[in-house]
Write a protein that binds this ligand. Structure first.
Ligand code: HSE
Length: 439
């Protein structure tokens, strides 16, 4: 290693460009804090000619990310390309196999290959740092990996996707359509290259799979996560939620249960006035419940160039400050080979309250039949309301009905809704949104 810590950066999008600028502009401060100079030496991106607003003139451009990762001119490979396949996977692997520390913001890569990459890093005495992969600028990985070592975590949950939170917030605040809000989020640079990863919940699931592994000492298991995005949430749901004292958030939740780990990503009702309900816009929040510390929550910017680059830069500085043979804590909080298999608790066993919005034929007996179907499954109702009565002009009129249940199981709710459907009074789709119990 030379006197400087030399960075090779693959990917010069919003985050990569912000990182180059921060390392250049804050060079003296970083040198003082890290005990050595941190410099970018080599870069790679899809377009060489694009103006990124940063000076790349003194940097070596290496066309192949794998070659960049192996270059003798770098000490740390910074992977900011994204994607769970190549070149991200092959280049990170090549870096670790060639003695380079790695910093990545790539949650999809870690969700799919994190355990394998952590093992390679450990075998080679290298750091694999990924603070920016979860919740952007919030230093949650460091907290879970280092600060909460003496805790058994029971639940970790949060708002992990800035784009979804931005969309839900703007829909509620400004009465804008889902599409208008998504376009704004894309224009502002929050959204993934393929925004379906944001709005269908995959991005949240990738992040949750990493948090669940750190929380419970289990192997990363993105496929064990129940997944539902925000595309079916309507203004009617948002308004009904508010009238009932709730706000809708896309949550990622991982809970330790007697049946295994229940991991789920879905829109959830959270009480107005609760800390998590107040997290608006692109802001993320992560809440941890653990035996020793109790409950804690961290919030901050979950996306955006500077905020994410802040987390990447912090990871780089940790490498600069580490001494060979020391402070090389395992990437996943414990040696990768010692992670437990991920035992999945099935969603049908989920317990909680439910919000259900139905549009039904407005005929005598409809309300009674719905109440009967709920009672058959042992579901106790907290409220059942028929909202404004809208004549359709046809011989039947339609009525929106909103139910809120006391705590029950997902199995019971599904069975009750099947019963309601089979009674033939339902018009269209039955909207079901889980109510998240907060401590
Ligand atoms: N698209 C992500 C988000 C970026 O909106 O949160 C950070 O992972």
């Amino acid at each position: 290693m030379s006197n400087s810590l030399r960075l090779g950066i693959a990917g010069l999008g919003t985050v990569g460009a912000a990182l180059v600028r921060i390392v250049q502009e804050k060079h003296d401060m970083l040198t003082a804090r890290c005990g050595q100079s941190v410099v970018v030496t080599c870069v790679n991106a899809r377009s060489k000619s694009k103006d990124r607003g940063v000076d790349l003139s003194n940097l070596t451009w290496i066309d192949d990310p794998v070659e960049l990762a192996k270059s003798d001119d770098i000490d740390v490979y910074v992977e900011l390309m994204g994607g769970d396949g190549d070149p991200a996977y092959s280049s990170v692997k090549a870096a670790l196999e060639n003695g380079k520390h790695v910093v990545t913001a790539n949650k999809a890569l870690l969700a799919k290959h994190g355990v394998e990459l952590a093992e390679i890093a450990e075998q080679n005495g290298l750091l694999l740092n990924y603070e920016a992969a979860v919740a952007g600028g919030i230093p949650i990985i460091k907290v879970m990996r280092e600060s909460l070592t003496a805790n058994s975590v029971t639940r970790v949950f949060g708002i992990l996707n800035g784009t979804c939170n931005y969309i839900l917030t703007r829909m509620e605040d400004d009465g804008l359509s889902f599409e208008e809000c998504l376009k704004d989020a894309q224009d502002l640079g929050f959204a993934e290259a393929d925004p379906t990863f944001d709005i269908e919940g995959n991005d949240t699931a990738h992040k949750l799979s990493i948090l669940a592994s750190l929380a419970f000492g289990t192997r990363i298991a993105p496929d064990a996560i129940y997944l539902e995005g925000i595309t079916k949430i309507t203004i009617e749901d948002i308004e009904a939620a508010r009238e009932l004292g709730y706000r809708i958030k896309l949550l990622g939740v991982a809970t330790k249960t007697p049946n295994g780990v229940e991991s789920r990503v879905h829109p959830a009702m959270v009480p107005l006035g609760s800390a998590i309900a107040e997290i608006g816009g692109v802001t993320n929040a992560v809440s941890i419940e653990a035996d020793t510390v109790g409950s804690l929550m961290m919030s901050g910017p979950g996306a955006g160039g500077d905020a994410t680059a802040s987390a990447v830069a912090g990871d780089i500085c940790d490498i600069a400050k580490s001494k060979p043979g020391h402070q090389h804590g395992p990437a996943l909080g414990q040696p990768a080979h010692s992670l437990l298999p991920h035992e999945r608790s099935q969603m049908r066993a989920h317990e909680g309250g439910y919000f259900i919005r139905l549009t039904v034929q407005d005929k005598p007996g409809t309300m009674a039949s719905i109440a009967t179907r709920m009672a058959e499954q042992g579901i106790s109702l907290e409220s059942i309301v028929q909202r404004k009565h809208k004549k359709s002009g046809d011989e039947d009129s339609h009525a929106p009905i909103i139910l809120v249940t006391h705590e029950t199981t997902e199995h019971a709710i599904n069975a009750a809704l099947e019963g309601v459907k089979s009674d033939g009074r339902l018009v269209g789709h039955a909207q079901m949104i889980r109510i998240e119990k907060l401590t």
